[in-house]
Ligand binder design. Sequence first.
Ligand code: ZN
Length: 275
Amino acid sequence: MPPHTPRNRPGCTCHPGLPAASSPPSPFLPSPFPSGPFPPRAAGGLARRGLLAATAGLVVGALPGRPRAAGAMPQTSLTAQQALELMKQGNDQFRTDAPYRSAQGREDRVKLAVGQAPFCVLVGCSDSRVSPELLFGRGLGELFIVRNAGNTVDTAALGSIEYGVGVLGCPLVVVLGHESCGAVAAALEVVARNATFPGVIGEMVQPIIPAILAARAADGTVGLDAAVEANARRVAARLKTQSPVLQAASHSGRLKIVAARYDLDDGDVSWFEDL
Ligand SMILES: [Zn+2]
């Protein structure tokens, strides 16, 4: 099967509220429309509070196919660009070893128990050195995260991203690759030496191979860093065309989809917005 090919679509049966979803809500997901207030949290100190105050009253519009219920938790008021700036600010704080002050205490947990209003869907690698909340200085309830080795997007990942954007109202999707990614290195081994791996690891890294082939230099070689960037860019770019939910939000200007690369030792994230 080619990478990224949506299966069992349209009509994701586990994401209530998405287009054509006619099945009952999954018991494994909280209702997207819990009742109760959700005061914006001032994570990240004064900068975040100022940003939230400045954006008060700006509400991300309802996306196609997203019903609203009376008493639903308000979605984030951040625009896509403001959400991206928050991620950049958070990474600046992380890489400069600023104190981590994001939401994780009891008061935050109590507020979030009634529902969630994250501002970013993050597609990242399972690598233990690439923990999204830490890298971007974020706390509970802020990032809707999809992780697997190699930060690829299969049906489960795509449905999760659609849920984060189409139901929860995230205005930003970040596809994050990273330095020395083992999954991308494994895909490189497949391309270079027709390597094999135990179990379904080889099948798992197959979706990375088209990005590697596209990133090859004139002599046919490709380095790991170039492959990591190419994979993140390709995954992000394909999200813009694969999903009607994401496409509609993107075309309307409410959603921004970007790729990025995390440097393991200096903690810096490079951003690729020119997809
Ligand atoms: Zn990785």
